[in-house]
Design a protein around this ligand. Sequence first.
Ligand code: PPS
Length: 342
Amino acid sequence: MAEELFRRWPVSEEKRRRMDAAYPVFAGDGGQAPFGPSGYMLPVDAEPFLRQYVQTPVDPGDVWIVTLPKCGTTWTQEMVWLIQNDCDYKGAQCLLCPDRYQFLEIACISAPHQREEVRQGNNPISKRNMFSRVEERPKPWFVKTHLPLHYCPPALLERGKVIYVARNPKDMCISYFNHLKVFEERDPDLPLDEFADLFMAGEVNQLPYFPHVLEAWKQRHNPNLLFLFFEDMKRDLRGTIQKVADFLGKSLTKEQLDGLEFNLHFDSMKKNPWVNKSMAYAYSPLTAEELEAMAAKEPPPQFMRKGQTGDWRNHMSQQTSDKMDAWIQRELAGSDLKFITG
Ligand code: PPS
């Protein structure tokens, strides 16, 4: 394995100050740093994790959902699980992660002190999610990851199946801006314009954006990778379900298609606690009882926020929107990849 893959790049004083101010939760643990050929941003101690992830075993039948954050991961996870399990809605009444999927790099992307809190805390779900052993995985195995393909095991595209989902960067930026606030991973008062600059510079956990998407786009003709767009899922959910079923080699009856279309609609998923509430249960050091007590006092922020294409228009200044358009155009020069921004 080429050592460049795991190389941690130095961070200038100025960049360190900017990132520590934007993401105080990581600052005390040494902050974040870019890794490997694309400068993938992770906590500074990520190297041993990456070495481990790239060696993850893959068996025929394993399905990996590979995405950048906030690009339709949960939606696709639920779709794939239901299709693979013959629309077993009763069986789907358990958490997406970790009961039905392994979120591969969840320990690595958390600030080191938070990892330790989970390790020492009393929430068995979080512990299982963060520290379950790959050898104990069920078969076939369902994986969710935001890692770029170069940190996925090389055997994945030979033996497993990958569904890659891309979302236009303007909506992803807005959704991620909200997510990082909900999960207390950024300064709550960080202005969106400043976040958008960090986003475009790749100075956000699990970015940069374009190397991730373009690496997968290059594989779009690989028979073991299905490349989807969030915007197409939104525009034609039924067609997407059919496409995913074909890719997985499953046939669906008209009734099954009707049921999936209904259950995978945003309104249904928003009401489904196994996909909407799962984050708090799965990643908190608090016990389920403590989380229930907190939720009774104040409803927790919803993971399923708006689920729209073009929501960036409701949030972005004209100046930031123009900057992003110019950035997208620059980054896509010479590529046939195109985004629908609503
Ligand atoms: S994560 O945390 O990275 O796994 O997030 P991810 O699941 O990739 O993305 C969350 C966004 O997807 C929206 N979502 C949906 N939109 C439409 N229909 C359905 N069924 C659906 N399910 C999830 C979710 O609301 C987040 O987008 P925003 O724009 O924040 O609403």
